[in-house]
Write a protein that binds this ligand. Structure first.
Ligand code: KG4
Ligand code: ZN
Length: 407
């Protein structure tokens, strides 16, 4: 089965084509094409994502990314297929609020034949609603024009399922029996999960502990009371005069500090918010404010001080994440821990949570670093898994973009 994934929930425009094959008890996922355009340079000047700008950029970039992805994937064409004029009219109506997107799409359709794609998966939430709508309407238009079912996909489910991909190889394979060219492609196995599983989702918009009782059955057992973890990283980075998004930069500074001064006790101690609370909720706004007050007391914020504060900030975060995760493990006794979301790219968090899993003899599923931050591979995969459960039909086009969509 071939799946096209489309992601536009925030400031990354992603288009991905995967092929999923069930081979005995194993599901093999071949990434045929994976294109991502990051808008971070555009939003950097605002210190965060500017929704109207994000929407415009998605509308501009979706078709070129789809074209590049199809070229990369080099999949077969449905040569007998002819686009119906009435379907083009319907697609135009669906895209009427998306500026020039229909015109760009129409030009593209004049030169590209219908590819053999079985389903389209698109993020319909959570995220920035104007940005989500571009992807949703684009996917619906393609669905009508090419007569392919479309699956609304939860972005957070994407972050969860992508952790189950275990890289097998980057293999050369024959693209098409009629062609002699070989293509390099990444192949994954979809690892089966031992349930119940616990997912720690840490991204720019979410900080959640989710109990997964069985495949696709979620209960949110912990949530942030204020800022999401990635948001706290980005805001603290801004206070330290670092560019957006600052998570990776803080992480690098913290690592440098630890390497240079492994035994140093910080002179800027920070709180571990809610570490002693009986529930499984988080709060990172107090930690961010504590950094602000610390910085206010310092006359000159040198590179050394930035490093030292970055390390203490990360240590505070890791202490809280470990403590809450262990608390959830004691309460729910899961067999697997999954981490997902952009902040799960963080080396310290990955290492420390691995220790927690080892201590409790649990499986640990974590995404490739490259698939931790937003991408369309996770959406294609989530769409594939959803479709196994409930087969999607063309007529299901009445779904909406929902910025607050819950798992
Ligand atoms: O999942 P994601 O790509 O977008 C949302 O769905 O929100 O997460 C983006 C967040 C940003 O706040 C970014 O600063 C953070 O992930 N991030 C990191 C790292 N890489 C990205 N935070 C800490 N350490 C990292 N290595
Ligand atoms: Zn995300």
């Amino acid at each position: 089965m071939i799946i096209l994934g489309i992601e536009t929930s925030c400031d990354e425009t992603g288009v991905c084509i995967i092929e999923a094959n069930q081979i005995k008890n194993n599901t093999e996922i071949k990434v045929l094409g994976n294109q991502l355009y990051s808008q971070t340079k555009i939003h950097e000047q605002y210190g965060g994502v500017f929704p109207v700008m994000a929407k415009r950029e998605h509308a501009k970039n979706l078709v070129p990314l789809l074209e590049a992805c199809l070229k990369e994937a080099n999949i077969k064409i449905d040569s007998g297929f002819k686009i119906q004029d009435s379907d083009l009219v319907s697609a135009k109506k669906i895209l009427e609020r998306e500026g020039e997107l229909f015109e760009i799409l129409n030009k593209f359709l004049e030169k590209v034949e219908k590819p053999n794609i079985d389903i389209i998966a698109v993020t319909n939430g959570p995220g920035l609603e104007p940005a989500l709508w571009v992807g949703v309407t684009f996917a619906k238009a393609l669905s009508i024009i090419w007569d392919i079912p479309v699956i609304p996909t939860n972005h957070m489910e994407g972050h969860i399922v992508v952790a189950s991909l275990q890289k097998v190889s980057s293999t050369k394979y024959q693209v098409d029996s009629t062609k002699s060219s070989l293509k390099q492609s990444t192949i994954y196995n979809l690892q089966s999960t031992n349930y119940p599983a616990l997912a720690l989702l840490i991204s720019g918009g979410h900080t959640q502990l989710v109990l997964i009782k069985e495949n696709l059955n979620y209960e949110i057992i912990g949530n942030t009371c204020d800022d999401a973890l990635g948001e706290a990283y980005d805001k603290v980075a801004r206070m330290l005069g670092l560019p957006y998004p600052g998570g990776k930069i803080i992480s690098d500074l913290a690592q440098k500090e630890e390497l240079e001064f492994p035994d140093k006790k910080t002179v800027y101690p920070l709180p571990r918010p809610m570490i002693k609370s009986k529930d499984l909720n988080f709060s990172f706004s107090g930690l961010k404010t504590a950094v602000l007050y610390t910085l206010k007391k310092i006359d000159k914020i040198t590179e050394e001080i930035k490093q030292e504060i970055s390390l203490e900030f990360e240590r505070a975060i890791v202490d809280v994440l470990k403590s809450k995760t262990e608390q959830a493990i004691f309460e729910y006794n899961p067999k697997t821990l999954i981490i997902g979301g952009g902040v799960s790219a963080n080396t310290r968090i990955r290492c420390e949570l691995k220790k927690v899993c080892d201590k409790h003899q649990m499986d640990f599923l974590l995404p490739d670093i490259s698939a931790s931050t937003d991408n369309a591979l996770m959406i294609a995969l989530a769409g594939y898994i959803r479709n196994l459960k409930c087969k999607y039909q063309n007529e299901k086009l009445d779904f909406r973009a929902d910025g607050n969509l819950s798992l």
